[in-house]
Design a protein around this ligand. Structure first.
Ligand code: SF4
Ligand code: SF4
Ligand code: SF4
Length: 430
C-alpha cells in the first residue's frame, strides 16, 4: 500500500461500501492539512486512472531567438494572473529542500518572476534552507502529511540527505523530485564511477588534490587528517553525515509522487506544477495522477529540434569548438556528439538551438530504458558500413569510438544513478 493510499485511507471516514456508491473515488473525500483547520480540496488519488507519460507541454524556446515562431515562446501572460490571496481552505504548507545539489534548482524557482512574490499568498513556507528559516525539529514535530507539497532537489549522497528525504516524505502529502539530480542522480552520481566508493573519494579529495596534498604535507605529514563521522571534543561528540559509496536517486529511498526533469528545470515546468497546485488549492481541481512527469513530451528531443537532419556518415568525432558550426544542420551530422536521439523532449531543444549539443539532462526518452546505451547505438549507426567505405571496418570504428573522451561520463552525465550500470566496482566485486 503506497503512502497516498495509507494517508487517504486513514483520513477517509466513510466506509468503503458507502464511498463506492458515490461517483467520485473515495480518496477524493480526504482533506489535506492547511494552516487553518478548514476543509481544503483534496488531492486526486495517487495512481488513479491511466498513468500518464507526462504533462505534455507545447515546445518552448529561447524567447530571444528571432527564428522561433511567436506561438512557441513563453509570454508573461502565459504565467497567468498573480495569486489572489489565501485560498478558501487556508494556506497550504510548502517545503523546499536540497540534498546533494548545486543550488541551481533552488535558484530556478525564482524563474517564475513576480509570481514568486505571491506564492506566499497561497502557501506558508515551512522549510527552504536556501531562502527561508525552518528547522528539522519543527518538521519532525509536524503531523504526518501536514506539509501539502515538498519539492526536493538533489541526489541522495549521504545519511543526512536520506534522513531528511524520509522525514519530509513522512510529513508531506505530495513529494516532488525536482530536477535531474533528484530524478536520475545527476552529476553527483558520477561519483559512482569511483570503484573504491566513499573511502577513495575522501582520500583523493583530502590528500591527493594539489591544495589538500600541500596542506597535509605542511601540517599533518605523518598522519593525514580526513573528516570522520564522529569526533569526541572536550565539549561533547561532534558528528558528520556518513558519505555513501553509491549516490542514489530520490525515488530509490522514498516514494515520489511527481517529477520535474531539467538541470535545472525550466520556468515552463515550474509553472505547470504551480498551476496544478494552484488549481487544486483554489478550485478543487484534482491533481494529476501519481507518477506524472511535469513539463515533458512523449517524444525525443530530436523531434523538437529545428536542425536539419541529413543522417550523414561521419568518420571523426569532434568537440564543438573544433567545428565552424552550421546553424541549420544537425550537430551529429557535423560530427558533434549530441544526446538528442536518446533524450526525453520538453525543453524545446534549448541547447541545440544555441549551438551546443544536448547533454541529456531530461533523461531517457520514454521508449528508452538506458539513455547511455541507447546513445552508444545511435553513435555507432553514424559510421559508414563496409559496403559504403571499404576502409571503415571494425578496427576503424573502434578507433573512432575510442576518440570519445570519457564515454561513461559523457553518455551518463546525468543519469548514472538511474542506469543499469549503477556504479563501478573493483575487480573481484570489492
Ligand atoms: S539538477 Fe542541475 S541545477 Fe539542479 S541541483 Fe542538480 S546540478 Fe544543480
Ligand atoms: S541529434 Fe541533436 S542536433 Fe541533431 S536533431 Fe537531434 S537534437 Fe538536434
Ligand atoms: S537540450 Fe538537452 S541538455 Fe539542453 S536543456 Fe534540453 S535536455 Fe537538457
Amino acid at each position: 500500500m503506497g503512502f497516498f493510499d495509507k494517508l487517504f485511507k486513514k483520513k477517509d471516514a466513510e466506509p468503503k461500501a458507502e464511498a463506492a456508491k458515490k461517483s467520485e473515488p473515495a480518496a477524493t473525500k480526504a482533506s489535506v492539512k492547511v494552516e487553518e483547520k478548514k476543509a481544503a480540496p483534496a488531492p486526486a488519488p495517487a495512481g488513479a486512472g491511466p498513468a500518464p507519460d507526462a504533462f505534455v507541454v507545447p515546445p518552448v524556446a529561447n524567447p530571444n531567438d528571432s527564428k522561433i515562431p511567436e506561438d512557441v515562446k513563453l509570454k508573461a501572460s502565459d504565467m497567468g494572473p498573480l495569486l489572489p490571496g489565501a485560498p478558501p481552505g487556508g494556506k497550504i504548507k510548502l517545503a523546499v529542500y536540497w540534498t546533494a545539489a548545486c543550488g541551481g534548482c533552488d535558484v530556478s524557482l525564482l524563474d517564475i518572476h513576480e509570481r514568486i512574490l505571491t506564492v506566499g499568498d497561497m502557501a506558508e513556507i515551512v522549510m527552504w534552507p536556501v531562502a527561508a528559516d525552518g528547522k528539522e525539529k519543527d518538521i519532525a514535530a509536524m503531523e504526518d502529511g501536514e506539509i501539502t507539497v515538498t519539492l526536493i532537489n538533489g541526489a541522495i549522497r549521504n545519511s543526512e540527505n536520506e534522513h531528511m528525504a524520509k522525514l519530509l516524505r513522512q510529513k508531506s502529502t505530495i513529494l516532488v523530485a525536482y530536477g535531474t539530480c533528484a530524478m536520475y542522480g545527476g552529476s553527483p552520481a558520477l561519483a559512482n564511477l569511483v570503484p573504491g566508493g566513499a573511502k577513495d573519494i575522501l582520500d583523493y579529495v583530502y590528500t591527493k588534490t594539489p591544495s589538500s596534498a600541500n596542506f597535509q604535507n605542511e601540517y599533518h605529514k605523518d598522519a593525514p587528517v580526513i573528516p570522520q563521522t564522529s569526533y569526541q571534543a572536550p565539549e561533547g561528540e561532534l558528528t558528520l553525515p556518513v558519505l555513501y559509496d553509491t549516490v542514489k536517486t530520490l525515488d530509490q529511498v522514498v516514494d515520489v509522487d511527481y517529477s520535474i526533469p531539467g538541470c535545472p528545470p525550466l520556468p515552463e515546468s515550474i509553472l505547470q506544477l504551480l498551476k496544478a497546485v494552484e488549481d487544486f488549492v483554489y478550485n478543487g481541481v484534482p491533481l494529476p495522477p501519481k507518477g506524472t512527469i511535469v513539463g515533458v513530451t512523449t517524444k525525443t528531443l530530436c523531434e523538437e529540434c529545428p536542425r536539419r537532419k541529413e543522417s550523414r556518415r561521419i568518420t571523426e568525432i569532434k568537440e564543438p569548438y573544433q567545428v565552424d558550426i552550421d546553424p541549420e544542420l544537425c550537430l551529429m551530422d557535423q560530427g558533434i556528439l549530441c544526446l538528442g536521439p536518446a533524450t526525453m523532449g520538453g525543453c524545446g531543444a534549448r541547447c541545440t538551438r544555441a549551438g551546443q549539443p544536448c547533454r541529456g539532462c531530461y533523461g531517457a526518452s520514454p521508449d528508452v530504458q538506458e539513455q547511455g546505451a541507447s546513445m552508444f547505438t545511435a553513435v555507432a549507426s553514424l559510421f559508414p558500413v563496409l559496403d559504403e567505405d571499404p576502409t571503415c571496418g571494425e578496427d576503424e570504428i573502434i578507433k573512432i569510438m575510442s576518440t570519445i573522451k570519457d564515454p561513461l561520463g559523457y553518455f551518463y552525465a546525468y543519469t548514472l544513478g538511474k542506469s543499469l550500470i549503477k556504479r563501478a566496482v573493483k575487480e573481484g566485486g570489492q
